[in-house]
Ligand binder design. Structure first.
Ligand code: LLP
Length: 415
């Protein structure tokens, strides 16, 4: 599924770099991203949106490495953030705050101040009390806060329940029937500037229909607002486009966007999108080394040096990541559960995979560019993996492997 990954003489190569070279230089486990894959994923959006006012705001939560962010910043991307920390990263990576939208149900006063002072494009507000709080913070600073309400279109995105966000039962957004009243309220608050509307129905969407349904609902609301004299300059349709991990068949970016563009055909509002996974997921992999092969009566285990703290998705969502041996061996494949060294049965990265491997071999877990490193932890006092961006035949270490000392540098023994 990674477009710039291929085999040459039995060996896995990302762009022009052999993965064995990455492991030799930086050790394992290591996240490896392809710059060309990042760029082409972004350009798929840009090309599909050509000829109409649009802004692609990369959802930083999917992969917030400064090197990755800097690639998108250089392409003129906007960014979707959910914390003050992510805003700081965007700015450190050279991103333009004027192209930042701020999502999330729990924005603190400090985060609001930080974002106002940075001059972000829009706050995607998710509740009535958040409107009041933001108005208050803006007034204290003598500023005007641009807002969109994140509405909840109550459509079923048909994805994993943990990552569907547009249903009534979710904590996200404001109910569709309450939106009109809330917009009136927002328009009456002196330090808010009503700027747009936002929605996001879920992640790893494979069917474009629910999104088009949501878009049509949103458009209806935009027209109702206009009838009351509340005019919006942008419509933010969120992220969510899925990728291929296994045998899924997600629509191409252009095919996903086409029905949405049709809904808004001829409209002057700028269209914003907040893609995360579809920009980075298949631009990266997690490279790990086999420490032990442990044959068993019922199953065989390949115990590798990466674990659930590095890639939580399999343990958390039972997610599938394609697992390939970096060097093809001339021996018959066997079925393995690929597991980490952490003391939990849930610490698996892949199950029942046919692999022809030996101890010491390298394995690549594919489609790990999104929600991989960003969801990693230090469980079992394991330093986080290094991160590398491959660019043609060049290698950039964009995050050093964490040292053990750094893991408890903020801690204190009792005296
Ligand atoms: N905008 C908002 C408001 C979001 O909540 C999200 C993701 C995105 C944009 C980006 O969605 P994407 O294009 O990446 O689907 N950890 C889970 C995914 C959680 C998604 C949370 N929200 C996973 O590993 O699958």
């Amino acid at each position: 599924p990674i477009p710039t990954l291929h085999r040459e003489q039995g060996e896995l190569i990302l762009e022009d770099v052999a993965l064995t070279t990455v492991a030799e230089r930086f050790g394992t486990p290591v996240y490896v991203y392809s710059r060309a894959a990042l760029v082409s994923a972004f350009e798929a959006y840009r090309n599909a949106l050509q000829g109409r006012p649009a802004l692609v705001c990369y959802a930083v939560k999917a992969n917030s490495n400064l090197g990755v962010l800097s690639v998108f910043a250089a392409l003129g991307a906007g960014f979707d953030i959910v914390s003050g920390g992510e805003l700081a990263r965007v700015i450190a990576a050279g991103g333009d705050p004027a192209k930042v939208v701020f999502s999330g149900v729990g924005k603190t006063r400090a985060e609001m101040r930080q974002a106002l002072e940075a001059g972000i494009r829009c706050f995607n507000v998710e509740s009535a009390t958040e409107l009041d709080r933001l108005n208050d913070v803006a007034a204290q600073l003598g500023m005007f806060a641009p807002i969109a309400l994140r509405v909840n279109p109550d459509v079923d995105p048909k994805t994993h329940p943990y990552i569907s966000t547009g249903l009534k039962s979710n904590k996200f957004g404001v109910a569709f029937d309450e939106a009109l009243d809330l917009y009136r309220r927002a328009a009456s608050l002196p330090n808010l500037e009503v700027s747009g509307i936002a929605c996001h129905i879920g992640s790893q969407l494979l069917d474009p229909a629910p999104m088009a349904e949501a878009a049509a609902k949103v458009l209806g609301l935009v027209d109702q607002l206009a009838a009351e004299g509340i005019r919006l300059d942008h419509i933010d349709l969120g992220g969510g486009l899925g990728i291929r991990y296994d045998d899924e068949t997600p629509p191409a970016v252009a095919d996903y966007l086409a029905p949405l563009l049709k809904v808004f055909e001829g409209r002057a509002e700028e269209l914003c999108f907040e893609p995360g996974r579809s920009l980075v997921g298949n631009a990266g992999l997690l490279l790990t080394r086999v420490e032990y092969l442990k044959p068993g009566e019922e199953k065989n285990f390949a115990i590798v040096d990466a674990a659930m703290n590095d890639l939580a998705r399999p343990a958390l969502y039972d997610a599938y990541h394609e697992t390939v041996a970096v060097i093809e061996r001339d021996r018959s494949a066997q079925s393995y559960d690929v597991v980490g060294p952490i003391c939990e049965s849930g610490d698996f990265l892949a199950r029942q995979r046919e692999l022809a491997i030996e101890e010491g071999d390298l394995i690549a877990l594919l489609s790990a560019g999104a929600y991989g490193m960003t969801m990693s932890s230090n469980y079992n006092t394991r330093g986080r993996a290094a991160e590398v961006i491959v660019d043609g035949d060049k290698l950039h270490l964009v995050r050093q492997r964490e040292t053990i000392e750094s893991l408890f540098a903020l801690e204190q023994v009792l005296s």
